[in-house]
Ligand binder design. Structure first.
Ligand SMILES: [Zn+2]
Ligand SMILES: [Zn+2]
Length: 92
């Protein structure tokens, strides 16, 4: 169960739109939240916003797999996370 602070964070993440669409210059698309899996704790997995296509679609991170996704778009999940966090911090 997400805590109240996590819910607020998720709402902020969602409010900035798909991070890949933004990176590619497509503008803001309403996103879903993608959890970044790291070794260890699952509960505090960081999230990035991805639109349904870039999340679960054929050109998305789950559809292509993370490695292909990262080489296709020349950006890593971690870089999308950094971009997301700096946008959130800038708007706070
Ligand atoms: Zn997108
Ligand atoms: Zn996901």
């Amino acid at each position: 169960m997400p805590t109240k602070a996590e819910k607020q964070h998720y709402a902020k993440v969602a409010s900035i739109g798909c991070s890949l669409c933004r990176y590619l210059g497509y503008g803001e698309s309403p996103p879903e939240l993608h959890h970044i899996r790291r070794a260890g704790k699952r509960s505090n997995a960081p999230v990035i916003p991805l639109c349904p296509e870039h999340h679960r679609g054929n050109t998305g991170i789950h559809g292509m797999g993370r490695k292909r996704f990262e080489s296709e778009y020349k950006i890593t999940e971690e870089e999308l996370l950094e971009q997301t966090e700096s946008l959130i911090n800038a708007s706070a």
